[in-house]
Design a binder for this molecule. Sequence first.
Ligand SMILES: NC(=O)c1ccc[n+]([C@@H]2O[C@H](COP(=O)([O-])OP(=O)(O)OC[C@H]3O[C@@H](n4cnc5c(N)ncnc54)[C@H](OP(=O)(O)O)[C@@H]3O)[C@@H](O)[C@H]2O)c1
Length: 225
Amino acid sequence: MIPHVTVNLAMSADGKLSTIERRQVKISGQNDFRRVDVLKAENDAIMVGIGTVLADDPSLTVKSPELKKNRLSGGRDENPVRIIVDSNARTPCNAEILHKGPGKRIIAVSESADPEKLKELGKYADLIIAGTGRVDLKLLLEELSARGIRSLMVEGGGSLIWSLFENNLVNEYYTCIGNIIIGGSSAPTPADGTGFIKEQDFIKLELADMEMIDEGVLLKWKVKK
Ligand SMILES: NC(=O)c1ccc[n+]([C@@H]2O[C@H](COP(=O)([O-])OP(=O)(O)OC[C@H]3O[C@@H](n4cnc5c(N)ncnc54)[C@H](OP(=O)(O)O)[C@@H]3O)[C@@H](O)[C@H]2O)c1
């Protein structure tokens, strides 16, 4: 069994997650931030790739005091389990995600990660070794399920999301499309990686909901299995 996976991201009207310098930019507004906070609070865990940790240094904490209180009164930690997918243990020991707010952290690495660095990171997070050269996402999700994680929100970035789609591990895909053009052929997009070549391999989606939000639009897709 594997957790229910919801990918959530904000992209510009031209389909970019950030700039060509991979610099985080404000794409959506306050209503979307609140929606994302609710989604975060609803999920057992939240996951990002090491690329996002190095670029944005996010904390991935729940922001609303009310939502934190609700989680606590439901017998859960204030924040969902925060997970970094990081084959070679490149996570900096002073990363925000390892220090801000209470709750569990997991760093998923591969067998090729440096044992010395693992020893250091082990002070701040649980470690899961899944895969040889690169994190094997299916193995990782099975291990997360064995640890009681039933729902997983994925925040990005494009390389991790691509791999999840490539391995057919995504159930829902939410995109908030903001009213800006970022441009740049090398700027990150929601699914980077190698891409599918054959049409029969494309992931097929079903539009489940859409609404105007802030100055953009929110699309909620379900992945057809
Ligand atoms: N707009 C948004 O909603 C949003 C959200 C998040 C991020 N972003 C942006 O996205 C950019 C970062 O995206 P990114 O694509 O560079 O990084 P990423 O997807 O966050 O992380 C990618 C890294 O994860 C590691 N990884 C380990 N196992 C993997 C696997 N099986 N498949 C894929 N990756 C695996 C790889 O590094 P190793 O091989 O070293 O492990 C890979 O380079 C930043 O510019 C950030 O601002 C935007």
